[in-house]
Design a protein around this ligand. Structure first.
Ligand SMILES: Cc1cc2nc3c(=O)[nH]c(=O)nc-3n(C[C@H](O)[C@H](O)[C@H](O)COP(=O)(O)OP(=O)(O)OC[C@H]3O[C@@H](n4cnc5c(N)ncnc54)[C@H](O)[C@@H]3O)c2cc1C
Length: 502
């Protein structure tokens, strides 16, 4: 019988940090991963002479408050040192049509405000007041982390936090009198989160925007696979084990319903604590139905799956200079209104194209470059009845449509230079990550179910003794920072229980 203190299921960002953290504290830790390599989304793949980044557009590795958890703090604590390169622009946003615009936003507090003022003269002070809300939000978050939720104290000390907690980003921008065009530019990142700004929780969005505005987005030199490998090295350095090609097919419970182990490759592994980096839906489907509390099932079923993507990875036989490309991240939209962009998401509503060579000139062989197209899809967008023999044609058509639109918008020629192309769809993500509907971000962040309510209520969720969750589907929502941070938070909870002998 193989026994451990902690078993972590899934070596995505959350699982890697959780396992490394418990191993570092001396607990016997086993990390089980279904693939033959770590990282989940945080990986890369090679085609011909190109190594493509699979997921990461940009890493937000520092927190806006010194008290808050962040990637740089977690990595430092775990002894993981991966050099990063910081970008010189946040993004270029090109909106087509009558009320369109072409704007470059720069990082850094002043750079950000100067660029929005240059794009929409007269809006600086209003945008500043909006972005400065981060001070109150961070204060309230620090208070909650230290003292828990106390509505009266929060009202008295952090009134704006309570006032905006249940409002959309658009509501709050309107309250600050931010002009429509500036709202549109500030709302550009909705495509990274899912809901358009009239449905996107203001606290969540301000946190993301302020983090990007304050610290330039970063990229590792050797794709996010480098981050994942560095965490594995640290895990092993602390005596932790990682076992690849080990899909967990069953979660095991004792007669009282407490988690006691898992089955992978037909072998049983037992531990005092189980941390799942895989989404609760998949854990419950691999568990005896009788042990899952009704409330946990109801909660999972009440939640919506978050967004997914169609992505195109292109290796081109010419440099970005030859092509006439000069930006790292370009967001291309059909209309300034994010609700319209969202509604037209499968038809040029909004998509992002990244040229990694701008951030990392030698990320592809000399005289070549790569492009990474990201097109938001929501659960249900992908045709359910697509026959297997029609799949290739279907995805090739999407790719061609978007490459042509990009060529036309940017005035560049891409088609003639394609040396390698890979097209991923929600089906690819469903197969690779194992998530329902190919969700890459776990559950959608909605007004009733956002980062704040999830963080506040996390100890009441999924109350199955000895079973814990971390990752993009957990309390902090989606993205690299959230997945790493929930990995650290969950490990902390587990370590506390183990130390108390619970
Ligand atoms: C195309 C794309 C672009 C993105 N861009 C960004 C970005 O620019 N910035 C950003 O912050 N975030 C971005 N994200 C989101 C980010 O990658 C994810 O939110 C984050 O990596 C999720 O981490 P996770 O810990 O939830 O694990 P996941 O990446 O979901 O990994 C889960 C792991 O569990 C394994 N697993 C699943 N089932 C089992 C099982 N039964 N047994 C064993 N192992 C199992 C999987 O193989 C996988 O390794 C992007 C994602 C994608 C796909």
């Amino acid at each position: 019988m193989k026994t451990y203190d902690v078993i972590v299921v899934g070596a995505g960002n959350g699982g890697l940090v959780a396992a490394t953290s418990t191993a570092k504290e001396g607990f016997r830790t086993l990390l089980l991963e279904k693939h033959n390599l770590p990282g989940g989304c945080a990986t890369s793949f090679v085609r011909g002479r190109f190594e493509f980044e699979a997921a990461l557009h940009e890493l937000c590795n520092r927190a806006t408050s010194p008290k808050q958890e962040s990637i740089d703090k977690i990595f430092k604590r775990l002894g993981v040192d991966v050099p990063l390169v910081y970008e010189t622009a946040l993004f270029r946003a090109i909106v087509k049509g009558e009320n369109g615009y072409d704007v470059v936003m720069r990082p850094g507090y002043d750079g950000f405000l100067d660029s929005i003022e240059a794009a929409v003269p007269g809006c600086r002070d209003k945008v500043k007041a909006f972005i400065d809300l981060i001070g109150v939000l961070d204060g309230a978050q620090d208070y909650i982390d230290e003292k828990g939720i106390n509505p009266l104290a929060l009202y008295n000390q952090y009134g704006d936090f309570m006032r905006i907690a249940a409002h959309s980003t658009k509501d709050v921008m309107e309250a600050f009198g931010i002009p429509e065009k500036a709202q549109s530019i500030l709302g550009t990142y909705w495509g990274y989160l899912g809901p358009p700004i009239d449905d996107l929780n203001a606290l969540h969005y301000i946190s993301l925007l302020a983090a990007f505005a304050n610290t330039p987005p970063a990229m590792p030199y050797h794709r996010s696979h480098e981050l994942s490998l560095a965490l594995v090295k640290a895990l092993q350095g602390y005596g932790g084990e990682i076992q690849y090609n080990s899909e967990v097919t069953q979660f095991l419970y004792d007669e009282k319903g407490a988690a006691i182990g898992v089955i992978a490759n037909g072998d049983a592994y037992y531990a005092k604590k189980i941390i799942s980096n895989i989404i609760p839906h998949n854990v419950f489907n691999r568990s005896d139905e009788k042990v899952i509390p009704t409330a946990a099932k109801k909660l999972a079923n009440a939640r919506k799956f978050g967004m997914t993507f169609v992505t195109l990875y292109l290796g081109l036989d010419c440099s970005m200079e030859d092509l006439g490309i000069n930006d790292y991240s370009v967001f291309i939209s059909s209309d300034p209104d994010s609700r319209v962009q969202f509604n037209q998401r499968n038809n040029f509503g909004m998509y992002v194209v990244n040229c990694l060579n701008k951030a990392l000139p030698d990320s592809s062989p000399e005289g070549t470059c790569t492009l990474f197209f990201t097109i938001p899809y929501m659960p249900g967008d992908f045709p359910e009845n697509l026959a297997p023999q029609d799949y290739k044609k279907f995805k090739n058509e999407i790719a061609e449509k978007y490459i042509r639109d990009y060529e036309q918008t940017m005035g560049v020629c891409v088609m003639d230079h394609i040396e390698e192309i890979v097209i991923a769809t929600p089906v690819t993500f469903a197969r690779y990550l194992g998530t329902p509907e190919g969700a890459i971000y776990g559950y959608a962040s909605e007004t009733w179910d956002n980062v704040v309510s999830r963080s506040a209520l996390k100890d009441l969720e999924n109350k199955i003794p000895n079973l814990f969750f971390c990752g993009g589907h957990a309390a902090r929502g989606d993205g690299y920072p959230s997945a790493y941070i929930t990995g650290a938070m969950t490990a902390n909870d587990v370590i506390k229980e183990l130390r108390r002998g619970k």
